[in-house]
Design a protein around this ligand. Structure first.
Ligand code: GUN
Length: 283
Protein backbone atom coordinates (compact mmCIF):
# COMPACT_ATOMS: atom_id res chain seq x y z
CA UNK A 1 0.00 0.00 0.00
CA UNK A 2 1.35 3.46 -0.88
CA UNK A 3 2.40 5.68 2.01
CA UNK A 4 0.32 8.35 3.73
CA UNK A 5 1.47 11.74 2.48
CA UNK A 6 2.37 14.01 5.40
CA UNK A 7 0.92 17.25 4.06
CA UNK A 8 3.06 20.00 5.59
CA UNK A 9 1.39 22.69 3.53
CA UNK A 10 -2.04 21.85 4.92
CA UNK A 11 -0.77 21.43 8.48
CA UNK A 12 1.14 24.71 8.26
CA UNK A 13 -1.93 26.60 6.95
CA UNK A 14 -3.94 25.24 9.88
CA UNK A 15 -1.27 26.33 12.37
CA UNK A 16 -1.05 29.80 10.78
CA UNK A 17 -4.82 30.25 11.02
CA UNK A 18 -4.77 29.35 14.73
CA UNK A 19 -1.83 31.69 15.25
CA UNK A 20 -3.59 34.55 13.46
CA UNK A 21 -6.55 34.19 15.79
CA UNK A 22 -4.34 34.04 18.85
CA UNK A 23 -2.38 37.12 17.78
CA UNK A 24 -5.64 38.97 17.08
CA UNK A 25 -6.89 38.18 20.59
CA UNK A 26 -3.78 38.43 22.76
CA UNK A 27 -3.23 42.19 22.54
CA UNK A 28 0.42 41.81 21.52
CA UNK A 29 1.97 43.07 18.29
CA UNK A 30 4.93 40.75 17.72
CA UNK A 31 7.72 41.92 15.42
CA UNK A 32 10.31 39.85 13.56
CA UNK A 33 13.50 41.27 12.04
CA UNK A 34 15.23 39.35 9.29
CA UNK A 35 18.82 40.02 8.26
CA UNK A 36 20.12 38.91 4.89
CA UNK A 37 23.56 39.59 3.43
CA UNK A 38 24.22 39.26 -0.28
CA UNK A 39 21.93 38.31 -3.12
CA UNK A 40 21.65 34.51 -3.00
CA UNK A 41 18.32 33.91 -4.84
CA UNK A 42 17.29 30.94 -2.67
CA UNK A 43 17.94 32.89 0.55
CA UNK A 44 16.09 35.91 -0.83
CA UNK A 45 13.13 33.68 -1.66
CA UNK A 46 13.07 32.09 1.83
CA UNK A 47 13.17 35.52 3.47
CA UNK A 48 10.33 36.74 1.25
CA UNK A 49 8.26 33.71 2.27
CA UNK A 50 8.91 34.45 5.95
CA UNK A 51 7.76 38.07 5.54
CA UNK A 52 4.67 36.89 3.68
CA UNK A 53 3.81 34.53 6.55
CA UNK A 54 4.28 37.39 9.03
CA UNK A 55 1.79 39.44 7.07
CA UNK A 56 -0.65 36.52 6.94
CA UNK A 57 -0.75 36.07 10.73
CA UNK A 58 -0.42 39.70 11.86
CA UNK A 59 3.26 39.76 12.86
CA UNK A 60 5.08 42.96 11.94
CA UNK A 61 8.32 42.40 10.07
CA UNK A 62 11.41 44.38 9.23
CA UNK A 63 13.79 43.19 6.53
CA UNK A 64 17.41 44.28 6.72
CA UNK A 65 19.33 43.76 3.50
CA UNK A 66 23.10 44.04 3.70
CA UNK A 67 25.69 43.88 0.92
CA UNK A 68 27.43 40.55 0.32
CA UNK A 69 30.87 42.03 1.00
CA UNK A 70 29.96 43.43 4.42
CA UNK A 71 32.34 42.76 7.34
CA UNK A 72 31.54 40.56 10.34
CA UNK A 73 31.89 43.67 12.50
CA UNK A 74 29.19 45.56 10.60
CA UNK A 75 26.77 42.61 10.82
CA UNK A 76 27.50 42.38 14.55
CA UNK A 77 26.64 46.08 14.92
CA UNK A 78 23.33 45.48 13.16
CA UNK A 79 22.49 42.51 15.38
CA UNK A 80 23.33 44.52 18.52
CA UNK A 81 21.03 47.33 17.35
CA UNK A 82 18.21 44.81 16.91
CA UNK A 83 18.95 43.30 20.34
CA UNK A 84 18.54 46.75 21.87
CA UNK A 85 15.42 47.66 19.88
CA UNK A 86 12.40 47.30 22.21
CA UNK A 87 10.04 46.93 19.23
CA UNK A 88 11.76 43.78 17.94
CA UNK A 89 10.81 40.43 19.50
CA UNK A 90 12.58 38.00 17.17
CA UNK A 91 15.77 38.15 15.10
CA UNK A 92 16.53 35.83 12.21
CA UNK A 93 19.84 36.02 10.39
CA UNK A 94 19.35 34.13 7.16
CA UNK A 95 21.99 31.45 6.60
CA UNK A 96 24.28 30.74 4.91
CA UNK A 97 26.00 34.11 5.24
CA UNK A 98 28.45 35.01 2.48
CA UNK A 99 31.99 33.63 2.75
CA UNK A 100 34.16 35.85 4.93
CA UNK A 101 31.45 36.52 7.53
CA UNK A 102 31.94 34.64 10.80
CA UNK A 103 28.48 33.06 11.18
CA UNK A 104 29.25 31.62 14.59
CA UNK A 105 30.09 35.06 16.03
CA UNK A 106 26.92 36.49 14.52
CA UNK A 107 24.70 33.77 15.98
CA UNK A 108 26.36 34.10 19.38
CA UNK A 109 25.70 37.86 19.31
CA UNK A 110 21.92 37.44 19.01
CA UNK A 111 20.09 38.01 22.30
CA UNK A 112 19.03 34.43 23.26
CA UNK A 113 15.60 35.82 24.24
CA UNK A 114 15.12 37.00 20.62
CA UNK A 115 16.72 33.95 18.98
CA UNK A 116 13.61 32.63 17.24
CA UNK A 117 15.80 30.33 15.11
CA UNK A 118 17.04 28.54 18.23
CA UNK A 119 20.64 28.53 16.98
CA UNK A 120 22.25 30.39 19.90
CA UNK A 121 24.42 28.06 22.04
CA UNK A 122 22.33 28.92 25.12
CA UNK A 123 19.15 27.76 23.38
CA UNK A 124 20.92 24.69 21.98
CA UNK A 125 22.19 23.87 25.47
CA UNK A 126 18.71 24.17 26.94
CA UNK A 127 17.36 21.88 24.22
CA UNK A 128 20.06 19.27 24.83
CA UNK A 129 19.55 19.40 28.57
CA UNK A 130 15.87 18.58 28.05
CA UNK A 131 14.58 22.08 28.96
CA UNK A 132 13.92 23.62 25.54
CA UNK A 133 13.14 27.33 25.11
CA UNK A 134 13.53 28.32 21.43
CA UNK A 135 14.17 25.30 19.22
CA UNK A 136 15.21 25.33 15.55
CA UNK A 137 12.28 25.78 13.25
CA UNK A 138 12.77 22.87 10.84
CA UNK A 139 13.13 20.07 13.41
CA UNK A 140 10.41 21.60 15.59
CA UNK A 141 8.09 21.77 12.58
CA UNK A 142 8.81 18.09 11.91
CA UNK A 143 7.84 17.18 15.49
CA UNK A 144 4.58 19.11 15.00
CA UNK A 145 3.88 17.24 11.76
CA UNK A 146 4.56 13.86 13.42
CA UNK A 147 2.16 14.80 16.23
CA UNK A 148 -0.48 16.02 13.78
CA UNK A 149 -0.45 12.66 11.99
CA UNK A 150 -0.24 10.75 15.31
CA UNK A 151 3.01 9.04 14.34
CA UNK A 152 4.27 7.35 17.53
CA UNK A 153 7.64 8.73 18.63
CA UNK A 154 8.13 7.37 22.17
CA UNK A 155 10.05 4.11 21.89
CA UNK A 156 10.47 4.46 18.11
CA UNK A 157 13.88 3.96 16.53
CA UNK A 158 14.69 7.27 14.85
CA UNK A 159 17.62 7.58 12.47
CA UNK A 160 18.79 10.95 11.16
CA UNK A 161 21.05 11.34 8.14
CA UNK A 162 23.01 14.57 8.59
CA UNK A 163 24.55 16.17 11.68
CA UNK A 164 24.15 19.89 10.94
CA UNK A 165 23.68 22.41 13.71
CA UNK A 166 20.37 23.66 12.23
CA UNK A 167 18.70 20.31 11.52
CA UNK A 168 20.46 17.03 12.38
CA UNK A 169 21.59 17.81 15.92
CA UNK A 170 18.46 19.63 17.19
CA UNK A 171 16.31 16.99 15.48
CA UNK A 172 18.12 14.32 17.49
CA UNK A 173 17.59 16.23 20.74
CA UNK A 174 13.88 16.80 20.08
CA UNK A 175 13.32 13.14 19.20
CA UNK A 176 15.30 12.07 22.27
CA UNK A 177 13.30 14.44 24.48
CA UNK A 178 10.19 12.73 23.06
CA UNK A 179 11.60 9.32 24.12
CA UNK A 180 12.72 7.98 20.75
CA UNK A 181 15.90 5.90 20.46
CA UNK A 182 18.06 8.09 18.27
CA UNK A 183 20.95 7.48 15.89
CA UNK A 184 22.68 10.28 13.94
CA UNK A 185 24.42 9.19 10.74
CA UNK A 186 26.93 11.29 8.79
CA UNK A 187 29.53 11.10 6.07
CA UNK A 188 31.80 8.80 8.13
CA UNK A 189 29.05 6.37 9.19
CA UNK A 190 29.86 2.77 8.26
CA UNK A 191 27.14 0.69 6.60
CA UNK A 192 24.84 3.68 6.27
CA UNK A 193 22.11 1.73 4.46
CA UNK A 194 21.97 -0.81 7.33
CA UNK A 195 21.59 1.98 9.90
CA UNK A 196 18.88 3.72 7.90
CA UNK A 197 16.99 0.50 7.31
CA UNK A 198 16.52 0.03 11.07
CA UNK A 199 14.56 3.31 11.32
CA UNK A 200 10.91 3.54 12.28
CA UNK A 201 11.35 7.28 11.67
CA UNK A 202 13.96 8.24 9.09
CA UNK A 203 14.90 11.92 8.72
CA UNK A 204 17.13 12.87 5.82
CA UNK A 205 18.93 16.23 5.90
CA UNK A 206 21.83 15.53 3.60
CA UNK A 207 21.22 17.81 0.61
CA UNK A 208 21.67 15.23 -2.15
CA UNK A 209 18.92 14.49 -4.64
CA UNK A 210 17.62 10.91 -4.48
CA UNK A 211 20.10 9.98 -1.74
CA UNK A 212 17.50 7.82 0.04
CA UNK A 213 16.52 4.86 -2.11
CA UNK A 214 13.85 2.27 -1.34
CA UNK A 215 16.34 -0.42 -0.31
CA UNK A 216 17.43 1.83 2.60
CA UNK A 217 13.92 2.08 4.05
CA UNK A 218 12.16 -0.34 6.39
CA UNK A 219 8.68 -1.22 5.12
CA UNK A 220 6.12 0.95 6.93
CA UNK A 221 8.68 3.50 8.15
CA UNK A 222 7.92 7.23 8.38
CA UNK A 223 10.25 9.10 6.02
CA UNK A 224 10.89 12.81 6.57
CA UNK A 225 12.65 14.63 3.75
CA UNK A 226 14.41 17.86 4.71
CA UNK A 227 16.39 18.13 1.46
CA UNK A 228 15.78 20.86 -1.10
CA UNK A 229 17.76 20.11 -4.25
CA UNK A 230 17.60 21.04 -7.90
CA UNK A 231 17.47 18.08 -10.27
CA UNK A 232 17.02 18.61 -14.00
CA UNK A 233 15.39 21.99 -13.33
CA UNK A 234 12.99 20.57 -10.72
CA UNK A 235 12.89 20.97 -6.95
CA UNK A 236 13.38 17.56 -5.29
CA UNK A 237 14.22 16.32 -1.82
CA UNK A 238 16.85 13.83 -0.60
CA UNK A 239 14.40 10.98 -1.02
CA UNK A 240 13.57 9.16 -4.24
CA UNK A 241 9.93 9.97 -3.54
CA UNK A 242 8.21 7.92 -6.27
CA UNK A 243 10.04 4.71 -5.31
CA UNK A 244 10.17 5.18 -1.51
CA UNK A 245 6.47 6.00 -1.17
CA UNK A 246 5.74 2.42 -2.25
CA UNK A 247 7.67 1.09 0.78
CA UNK A 248 7.16 3.73 3.48
CA UNK A 249 4.17 3.98 5.81
CA UNK A 250 4.22 7.79 5.69
CA UNK A 251 6.33 10.29 3.78
CA UNK A 252 6.75 14.05 3.34
CA UNK A 253 6.67 15.44 -0.21
CA UNK A 254 9.07 18.09 -1.54
CA UNK A 255 7.82 20.75 -1.94
CA UNK A 256 4.88 20.91 0.48
CA UNK A 257 6.27 18.83 3.34
CA UNK A 258 8.84 20.12 5.79
CA UNK A 259 9.38 23.61 4.26
CA UNK A 260 5.99 25.11 5.18
CA UNK A 261 6.30 23.65 8.70
CA UNK A 262 9.59 25.53 9.17
CA UNK A 263 7.84 28.82 8.43
CA UNK A 264 4.84 28.09 10.67
CA UNK A 265 7.24 27.28 13.51
CA UNK A 266 9.12 30.55 12.98
CA UNK A 267 5.84 32.41 13.39
CA UNK A 268 5.05 30.41 16.56
CA UNK A 269 8.50 31.11 17.99
CA UNK A 270 8.09 34.83 17.27
CA UNK A 271 4.80 34.98 19.15
CA UNK A 272 6.40 33.04 22.00
CA UNK A 273 9.28 35.54 22.12
CA UNK A 274 6.81 38.43 22.22
CA UNK A 275 4.89 36.79 25.07
CA UNK A 276 8.01 36.10 27.11
CA UNK A 277 9.29 39.65 26.58
CA UNK A 278 5.89 41.14 27.46
CA UNK A 279 5.79 39.11 30.68
CA UNK A 280 9.36 39.98 31.68
CA UNK A 281 8.91 43.71 31.00
CA UNK A 282 5.67 43.71 33.02
CA UNK A 283 7.56 42.53 36.12
N1 GUN B 1 18.60 28.97 5.90
C1 GUN B 1 17.84 27.92 5.51
N2 GUN B 1 16.89 27.66 6.45
C2 GUN B 1 17.07 28.56 7.44
C3 GUN B 1 16.39 28.81 8.67
O1 GUN B 1 15.44 28.13 9.08
N3 GUN B 1 16.88 29.86 9.40
C4 GUN B 1 17.93 30.61 8.99
N4 GUN B 1 18.33 31.59 9.79
N5 GUN B 1 18.57 30.40 7.86
C5 GUN B 1 18.14 29.39 7.10
Amino acid sequence: MAATILDGKKCSEMRLEILKEEIGECGLHPHLATVIAGKDPASQMYVRMKHRACEQVGIGSVGIELPGDISTQKVLEKVRQLNADPDIDGILVQLPLPKGIDSERIIEAIDPAKDVDGYHPENMGLLFSGKPRFTSCTPTGIMTLLAEYKIPVAGARAVIAGRSIDVGRPMAALLLNADATVTICHSKTRNLADELKRADILVSAVGKAHFIRPEMVKPGATVIDVGINQLEGKLVGDVDFAAVREIAGAITPVPGGVGPMTIATLMENTLKAAKVRACSSAR
